[in-house]
Write a protein that binds this ligand. Sequence first.
Ligand code: GUN
Length: 296
Amino acid sequence: MSATIIDGKAFAAELRGKAAKAVDRIRAETGDVPGLAVVLVGEDPASDIYVRSKNKMTTECGMRSFVHRLDADVPEAQLLELVETLNADSAVNGILVQLPLPDHVDANLVLASIDPAKDVDGFHVSNVGLLGTGQPAMVPCTPLGCLMLLKSQLGDLTGMNAVVLGRSNIVGKPMAQLLLGESCTVTIAHSRTRDLAEVTRRADILVTAVGRPEMVTGDDLKVGATVIDVGINRVERDGKKRLVGDCHFASCVEVAGAITPVPGGVGPMTIACLLKNTITAFCRARGLDEPEELTL
Ligand code: GUN
């Protein structure tokens, strides 16, 4: 049996289309559109690609995009000053500081300086706390995208055994909170977990976010499991550069019930959810209802 392939690329394109329609309506109602500011420090090639892509998709959906590129050796104080300026700018509804930051910058300090109402990444401790206590929060984009794909595939998740492989602040921890919010029984597994395969084989839902190429194989899955592969790992195979996930796709697809591919699975959902969060931030700032078509 071969699993259903969850087409994140198509789902994300649909979500961006809905975001563009919501922006059209907002423009008609308020005479204004949401704005997203992205801050990139240094010249990490992968980050540069993400930032270009965010800029393109933000403008394509009718919103304002502001990109701030700073040198890798920018003093921390100057970065904090920029964030303060963006916090005070009424044309900016969402602020994203691209991670990772250079070692001389305290990333936690920078994230804490972002106005929580403009924190479209959902990384500020206020938003982390709101999510953890089940209150309306800015939800980190990648886990939000994963949850949308899961719900589109499975509907109600109540009572399912969900295993999140990875404990990062960006994906693993917020993903676990979201699944708990959907009444799943949630296990967070990680590099120190004993007998990992025994844990993953109990998962009705498995979300992998460890950044280890093809670590999870079909033998590690429950038959019929829904697998969401967040890993984007650059590897060289037969002399060619390729992107692979944390799951060994060829073996997992034979055991899973549904699985996201890499590329074309979770990746495109992250930026689509960033657009959604920026619209949410605009609506909350203006006391408007959030567009219904963008809610989960
Ligand atoms: N770097 C990798 N993923 C992300 C993300 O979702 N947000 C930010 N700010 N940086 C990242």
